[in-house]
Design a protein around this ligand. Structure first.
Ligand SMILES: [Zn+2]
Length: 450
C-alpha cells in the first residue's frame, strides 16, 4: 500500500499545524490550525469575516492547496487538542472536505464553538466524539486510534493511523506527565506496545517546540506546587491579589481556584476566553474538572464590570480575580486593569501572578513588557513565570523514540532553527537526514512507501 505524508502547515513555524496522511486511497488530516501571531500583528482584524485565501496569503492558516496532489479521499479530520494552532483553521478549511471531524469530547466542544462563531463559511461536517483508547475504522484497511497524552490543555491525544505498512503516529502536542492535575497520565505503555506490534511504527511526526531544551519538562504537579508556594507566601496580604494564565489551561485555572479558596479568598474568572474555556469544561458531562459549583465566570464587558464593582465594594482582600492577559494582549482584562480602564483599583503592594511564560516572539514580548510596566506604575508587585511548559524537552523526545522505534521521523511544530536540537538527538539515535529523518517545509509531500 502506498503511504504518503503531506506536511501542509506548521513545518516552518509554531502555529497553523496541518498534516495529511494518505494510506492507499484513504486520507486522514491531522489538525487545521491558526497562526495567531500573523493575525494579532494587524490591528482589529476579525478572522471570522475573512476568506480562506486571504488568510492563507497572510500565513495565518495552512495552505491546503497541496491536498490536490494527494490521490485519495479524506476520511476524517482529526484535531489533536483544542489549542487554536491546531483547531483555529477548521472553520475556514473543513467545509472543503466531505469528511467528519473526529475529536475527544472537550476538543469537539471547542471546535463546535469555533465553527459556530464563523460568519463566512458554513461548516456542516459531522462532529464525532472519540475518547482516548478508542478506535475507528478508516476505509477498508486502516484503523484510527487515540492514545492519551498530557499537555497544557485537557483531553489531548496523539492519533495513530494503523496501516498494513505499519503505524503512523502523529505526536503533536505533549509532555510526558505522570501526575497531571486533571485526567490520566500519558499512556506510555500503549506507545511501547505500538512500537512492538507487527509492522511497528512506519513514521513518527514529532512536536519540536522545546527540542532545543535539555532535560525534562516538569509535570503539571510542579507548576501546582510553585503556585501554592507563591500564593501561601502572600496569604496575609490584605489588599488585591490578581492571577492570570492561559484561559485554555483548565488544570492551571483549577489550581489557582483551589489555592484562592485555601487562602480565604473567593476566586472569580473574568474575561471572554476565561469564561468560554472554563465554562465549556464545567458544563461538559463526564469531564469532572472539579470546579466549585458556585465558581463565578464572567465574559461580557457589563458582567465583568459588575463583578469588579462588587469586589471593590465588598473588599479586594476577599477575592482573587483570575483574568485574561498573560501575554499583555492589549484588549485583555489584565492590560485594561493596568491602564485603569476597569473598576478594579490597583494600589501599592497589590500582587499580580503571571502563571504563564512569555511566548518568545517580539510582539508578545513587547506587549507583555508594556503590561507589566503599567501594572508596576500603579504599585503592583509582579510574580512572573509561575509555570511549566506543555511540550517535551530532549529527554522526553528520547523516551518517545525509544518507545516507538519508528522507521521514519518527521520533526514538526517549529522553524528550521527550532528543529536543530531534534536533528542532533535523532542523529545520535541512528537516524540520517534525508534517509529516515525528514526535515521538511510547508506544502511538501513525502512518499514513505511506493
Ligand atoms: Zn498545544
Amino acid at each position: 500500500m502506498e503511504i504518503e505524508i503531506a506536511t501542509i502547515g506548521g513545518y516552518e513555524e509554531v502555529g497553523r499545524q496541518m498534516t495529511a496522511v494518505r494510506a492507499g486511497d484513504d486520507i486522514v488530516v491531522f489538525d487545521m490550525g491558526l497562526n495567531l501571531s500573523k493575525v494579532l500583528i494587524h490591528d482589529n482584524i476579525r478572522t471570522e469575516e475573512m476568506r480562506s485565501l486571504d488568510l492563507i496569503d497572510m500565513g495565518a492558516i495552512p495552505d491546503d492547496r497541496v491536498m490536490s496532489e494527494l490521490d485519495g479521499e479524506v476520511q476524517a479530520i482529526v484535531p489533536t487538542h483544542g489549542h487554536l494552532d491546531h483547531i483555529g483553521a477548521i472553520s475556514k478549511l473543513a467545509h472543503r472536505y466531505d469528511a467528519p471531524i473526529v475529536a475527544t469530547p472537550f476538543t469537539r466542544e471547542l471546535v463546535d464553538e469555533e465553527v459556530h462563531d464563523e460568519s463566512e463559511y458554513v461548516v456542516n461536517n459531522d462532529l464525532i466524539s472519540m475518547e482516548a483508547g478508542e478506535t475507528m475504522q478508516i476505509g477498508e484497511h486502516c484503523e484510527l486510534e487515540f492514545v492519551n497524552v498530557t499537555h497544557s490543555i485537557i483531553d489531548a491525544i496523539n492519533p495513530v493511523l494503523h496501516t498494513p505498512e505499519g503505524s503512523i503516529v502523529y505526536g503533536l502536542d505533549k509532555r510526558v506527565d505522570h501526575t497531571p492535575v486533571i485526567g490520566d497520565p500519558i499512556d506510555m505503555k500503549r506507545f511501547r506496545e505500538i512500537g512492538r506490534e507487527d509492522g511497528g511504527v512506519l513514521c513518527y511526526i514529532e512536536d519540536c517546540t522545546n527540542a532545543n531544551k535539555k532535560g525534562r519538562t516538569p509535570s503539571e504537579a510542579v507548576a501546582r506546587r510553585q503556585l501554592r508556594d507563591v500564593m501561601r507566601s502572600i496569604e496575609d496580604w490584605d489588599g488585591g491579589i490578581v492571577a492570570t494564565t492561559f484561559s485554555s489551561h483548565i488544570a492551571r485555572v483549577k489550581s489557582i481556584v483551589e489555592f484562592a479558596q485555601d487562602i480565604g479568598r473567593e476566586p472569580v474568572l473574568l474575561g471572554r476566553s476565561m469564561e468560554q474555556y472554563s465554562g465549556t469544561a464545567a458544563r461538559l458531562d463526564g469531564l469532572d474538572v472539579g470546579f466549585p459549583d458556585d465558581l463565578g465566570m464572567y465574559g461580557h464587558r457589563k458582567s465583568v464590570d459588575r463583578a469588579f464593582k462588587r469586589i471593590m465594594n465588598e473588599g479586594k482582600e476577599k477575592f482573587l480575580p483570575v483574568v485574561t492577559g498573560h501575554q499583555g494582549e492589549p484588549r485583555a482584562m489584565l492590560t485594561r486593569m493596568g491602564r485603569g480602564e476597569t473598576p478594579f483599583e490597583l494600589t501599592d503592594g497589590d500582587k499580580v501572578i503571571f502563571s504563564a511564560r512569555v511566548i518568545p516572539e517580539p510582539t508578545n514580548e513587547g506587549q507583555r513588557y508594556q503590561s507589566e510596566k503599567l501594572l508596576s506604575m500603579q504599585g503592583a508587585r509582579i510574580y512572573d513565570d509561575v509555570h511549566v511548559s506543555g511540550h517535551l524537552r530532549q529527554e522526553g523526545h528520547y523516551q518517545m523514540l525509544d518507545a516507538l522505534q519508528p522507521q521514519h521521523v518527521i520533526p514538526a511544530h517549529q522553524d528550521m532553527a527550532g528543529f536543530s536540537g531534534y536533528v542532533e538527538l535523532a542523529g545520535n539515535k541512528g537516524y540520517d537526514l534525508g534517509r529516515d529523518l525528514h526535515v521538511t517545509s510547508n506544502g511538501n509531500t513525502i512518499q514513505l512507501v511506493e
